[in-house]
Design a protein around this ligand. Structure first.
Ligand SMILES: Cc1cc2nc3c(=O)[nH]c(=O)nc-3n(C[C@H](O)[C@H](O)[C@H](O)COP(=O)(O)O)c2cc1C
Length: 205
């Protein structure tokens, strides 16, 4: 099968993309409106891209009608956000928080989640999550236009909170305790408990 992205509908290209770029980590992103009302939504076009300074990216794409999602509207006006990490026990409320609620209707309330004040940014953290990354906006890069075009958010982590209960004896996150989930194609998710190790060529870094 050969796919020319210019020859198929955008929606089909999207389905193919999310079916092959798997598993994707999930940023559960909190933001605030100018009036201070919190918003929460998951994004799996997400990753970390640098450690100096510690930098993450995620991409709220435009809705099918071409409009911008609440998360990007909020970040454009208050350039701060929190990435909350999603453990398996939070899969359901995370998924629930992807509902398209009207602007300024908080997913915290709708999904029974507890907003916990952040220290360096305005958006609150999700108290139930075991890791929070408080971020300030570095840049928004628009890629394309219209439905499903990207508003790529590049953010710098200014404070990270890690629940000590998920740390191993070496002081680093223990994947079995953190129990993160990943996003697959369609409505699928993956767990991260089948692990293996390979030594890096040239020894440990
Ligand atoms: C696991 C998961 C991952 C998602 N990843 C993305 C994504 O990377 N980009 C995106 O635009 N929407 C993504 N969505 C859909 C958004 O969460 C959804 O459109 C949400 O309503 C946006 O909220 P907002 O308008 O409050 O920003 C994802 C949904 C789920 C359940």
């Amino acid at each position: 099968m050969r796919i020319d992205p210019t020859a198929i509908p955008v929606r089909d290209m999207y389905r193919m993309l999310i079916g092959v770029i798997t598993p994707r980590p999930i940023a559960w992103v909190s933001t605030v409106s100018p009036r201070g009302i919190p918003n929460l939504a998951p994004f799996s076009f997400f990753n970390g891209v640098a450690a100096n300074p510690p930098t993450v990216v995620f991409s709220p794409v435009n809705r099918r009608d071409g409009s911008k999602k609440d998360t990007i509207l909020n970040i454009e006006q208050t350039p701060e956000f929190v990435v909350n990490v999603v453990s398996y026990d939070l899969a359901r409320p995370m998924n629930d928080s992807s509902a398209e609620l009207p602007y300024e209707e908080s997913e915290f309330d709708a999904c029974g989640l507890t907003p916990l004040p952040s220290e360096k940014v305005k958006p609150p953290r999700v108290k139930e999550a075991k890791v929070h990354m408080e971020c300030v906006l570095h840049q928004i890069v628009n890629v394309g236009e219209g439905p499903l075009a990207a508003n790529l958010v590049i953010g710098r982590i200014v404070l990270m909170h890690v629940d000590e209960a998920v740390l191993g004896a070496d002081g680093l996150p223990d994947p079995f305790k953190l129990d993160t989930i990943g996003r697959m194609g369609g409505e699928g998710y993956a767990r991260t408990r089948e692990l293996f190790e390979l030594p890096r060529p040239g020894g440990k870094r």
